[in-house]
Design a binder for this molecule. Structure first.
Ligand code: KIV
Ligand code: NA
Length: 264
């Protein structure tokens, strides 16, 4: 059982205290990230890219997510473990329950899925059966083919309002956390203020209740040009442990992300 619970995260939101989230996919990094004080470990389907070398998250399976979740659970030192439901593993509520059950039995404390209003029934069903859910809105990488690339979402009035409506609807359906990826900082702030549940941001400005980054990105080891919202914490640290501690400290102090990491 983790020391950090949904209750901890919601109390932190009430108190105006930021919390830190990082991905991990194995026992060693889970131990390191957790020991550094990261409240939530995300076993992200980003593992399809950073571990498996695919150019999207689409090839990742429930079995692979369960395998990595088991490893993370063994290394965990008290963080809350969130695991991603991969592409096409929650296209119906029934399928979502089977997929989520596999990840919970592998050691996750909650699951994350990508999408808007169409997920309301699925989220209610999971929540009613004891599986807490994080709903991922904005840039949803499993939908990259439909979105036409990895681009900022909610830039015009109509899509921004749609995102606000979706966030409220999914909270009311039973989502315990909302995650916003690549949305204008001002929109992320508005959604954070509108919701009772905590909001985690990535490329969503400094005003969300929490921040998340992909571990390999913040350690500066992902090949190629990194997205605008990434900061390489190894640049000012002499060990991986120090880099992760610096990330946690900067998230809690509100100094990461800076203006330059966000979208206007
Ligand atoms: O898979 C992942 O790492 C994620 C984060 C980028 C939010 O979903
Ligand atoms: Na993901």
């Amino acid at each position: 059982m983790s020391n950090i619970t949904l209750h901890t995260l919601s109390s932190m939101k009430q108190a105006g205290e930021k919390f830190a989230v990082l991905t991990a996919y194995d026992a060693c990094f889970s131990h390191l990230v957790s020991s550094a004080g990261t409240e939530v470990i995300l076993v992200g389907d980003s593992l399809g890219m950073v571990l498996q070398g695919n150019d999207s998250t689409l090839p990742v399976t429930v079995e692979e997510m369960a395998y990595h979740t088991q490893a993370v659970a063994k290394g965990n030192q008290g963080s809350l473990i969130m695991a991603d439901l991969p592409f096409m593993s929650y296209s119906t509520p029934e399928q979502a329950m089977d997929s989520a059950a596999a990840l919970m039995q592998a050691g996750a404390n909650m699951v994350k899925l990508e999408g808007g209003a169409w997920l309301a029934d699925t989220i209610s069903m999971l929540a009613e059966r004891g599986i807490p859910v994080c709903a991922h809105l904005g840039l949803t990488p499993q939908t990259v083919n439909k979105l036409g690339g990895y681009r900022v979402q909610g830039r015009d009035q109509e899509t921004a309002q749609q995102m606000i409506n979706d966030a409220v609807l999914l909270q009311d359906a039973g989502a315990s956390i909302i995650l916003l990826e690549c949305v204008p900082a001002i929109l992320a702030k508005e959604i954070t203020l509108a919701l009772d549940v905590p909001v985690i941001g990535i490329g969503a400005g400094a005003d969300t209740d929490a921040q998340v980054l992909v571990l390999h990105d913040m350690l500066g080891i992902t090949p190629g040009r990194s997205p605008k919202f990434v900061k390489n914490f190894m640049a000012d640290a002499d060990s991986i442990e120090a880099a992760v501690q610096l990330y946690v400290a900067e998230v809690k102090a509100g100094t990461f992300p800076a203006q330059e990491h966000g979208f206007a």
